[in-house]
Design a protein around this ligand. Structure first.
Ligand code: PMP
Length: 441
């Protein structure tokens, strides 16, 4: 008997009782390798002693202070740490409790920036069809994942959607990376012109797509072109790094790889590594100045924002990552994981694509490799893979994403930054068994 409303009402999840390093233990004593960090959250693994010590110390000192009355040392220190090597131009941090809150704040900052600077008609938000930006109504409207949106239409705020940059599914035969990047980014310009450039507030995208399609990286100079188009029409660029940021791709901020800086950047999951709920929106000096010179505040706020315990978790996690140079391990183990996936699934009859960056990798399953035809969604292959993997003591993050009406199953891997080559071999081996068991059902 349960009084919790679980995600899946008819199949409540197993009951976790403890976790340490890269594994969980449930109430039956079974252990599970955490190969997805939950949903790309647990970047340091579980029960890290230094993070726990930092949380104890903060709890002893100050557990909560409302931001309407106080700031705190720990929140100030975390903000300084995040800005110290943030993409160029980002100067301030707005601390929140998770990814959807960070995206909501970014969307509202974009709108308020234009009301403060005398362009209130700039209210349109453009996003990509293959994207997920959160489940609150504004973030849900921005996201393009139809499966999550369908029941709530019409949404409070309608966003406009363009095609993603998704080479495996959308790059044409013979089209160079550069031509494809130009074509995909060109959709943004077309949409801005269609809506009227002086009505568009912002474009939002994930530098590496996470939950919707699984570790999809852009090709060529796609994001440089996106930045240039936003600049040409005075549109703000919001990069949603809730899932791919904070070192997950081997770069602290995923957009470092693309060589661009956004006007607004959202982070969450890996920021606090799951030790506390925390998210943040980083904003540029230009936006900060518009608020400072205008009304003098950002018209927003949540009771738990800037929570000292959350900030303490974020600060401790980020300090350990920096001190132990864990991003070097993310890059090295990311390459190892990709090589192991290629060796294991490269010739698999039902694996169409293996992709990702750093410790953010995915395999996409297809009914037919040549036509790239997805499996019938009714088969719920991703759910079967998840349960076969759990039966083998492996946590992975399978999803059936919606890509312009094509529903494809994929498995996302996002193990903690402390994984070793031997851990990855175990993960890949168990995953291969789980996929084959699910396919044979
Ligand atoms: N943006 C992206 C890119 C995400 O992957 C997610 C969560 N999967 C969110 C926003 C929403 O974050 P949260 O679940 O913490 O609200």
């Amino acid at each position: 008997m349960t009084h919790l409303l679980h995600r899946s009402i008819h199949t409540p999840p197993r009951r976790a009782v403890s976790a340490s390093g890269i594994s969980f233990t449930d109430d039956k004593g079974q252990t599970y390798i955490d190969a997805s960090g939950g949903a790309a959250v647990s970047c340091l693994g579980h029960a890290h002693p230094e993070v726990i010590a930092a949380l104890h110390a903060q709890l002893d000192k100050l557990a909560y202070a409302h931001t309407g009355f106080f700031t705190t040392d720990v929140a100030e220190e975390l903000a300084a740490h995040l800005i110290a090597d943030a993409p160029e131009g980002l100067s301030h941090v707005y601390l929140l409790s998770g990814g959807s809150e960070a995206v909501e704040a970014a969307l509202k900052m974009a709108r308020q920036y234009f009301t403060e600077t005398g362009q209130p008609q700039r209210r349109h938000i453009i996003a990509r069809r293959q994207s997920y930006h959160g489940n609150t109504l504004g973030a849900l409207a921005a996201g393009g994942n139809e499966w999550r949106r369908a029941q709530f239409k019409p949404l409070l705020m309608e966003a406009h959607h363009i095609a993603p940059c998704f080479a495996y599914r959308e790059q044409q035969e013979g089209e160079t990376d550069s031509d494809y990047a130009a074509r995909a980014a060109g959709e943004l310009e077309t949409k801005i012109l269609e809506l009227g450039p002086d009505t568009v507030a912002a474009f939002i995208a994930e530098p590496v797509v996470g939950a919707t399609a699984g570790a999809v990286t852009a090709v060529g100079d796609y994001f440089k072109r996106i930045r240039a188009i936003c600049d040409r029409y005075g549109v703000l660029l919001i990069l949603d790094e809730v899932m791919c940021g904070m070192g997950r791709t081997g770069y602290r901020y995923a957009c470092e790889y693309d060589g661009i800086a956004p006007d607004l950047l959202t982070i969450a999951k890996g920021l606090g590594g799951g030790f506390q709920p925390i998210g943040a929106t980083l904003l540029s000096r230009k936006i900060f100045d518009a608020f400072a010179d205008g009304s003098g505040f950002f018209q927003h706020g949540h009771t738990y924002m800037g929570h000292p315990m959350a900030a303490a978790a974020g600060l401790a996690v980020q300090q350990v990552i920096a001190r132990d140079n864990l991003l070097a391990n993310v890059q090295a183990m990311g390459a190892t994981l990709n090589a192991q996936l290629q060796a294991t699934f490269g010739q698999h009859a039902h694996v169409g694509d293996i992709r990702g960056r750093g410790l953010f990798q995915a395999v996409e399953l297809v009914a037919d490799r040549d036509s790239k035809a997805p499996f019938d969604p009714a088969r719920k292959l991703h759910a079967k893979i998840k349960s076969e993997a759990m039966a083998r003591g492996l946590m992975v993050y399978p999803m059936g994403g919606t890509i312009d009406g094509v529903r494809g199953d994929h498995v996302l891997l996002a193990p903690p930054f402390i994984v070793t080559e031997a851990d990855l071999a175990e993960i890949t081996g168990r995953l291969a068994e789980a996929i084959d068991a699910a396919l044979s059902e």
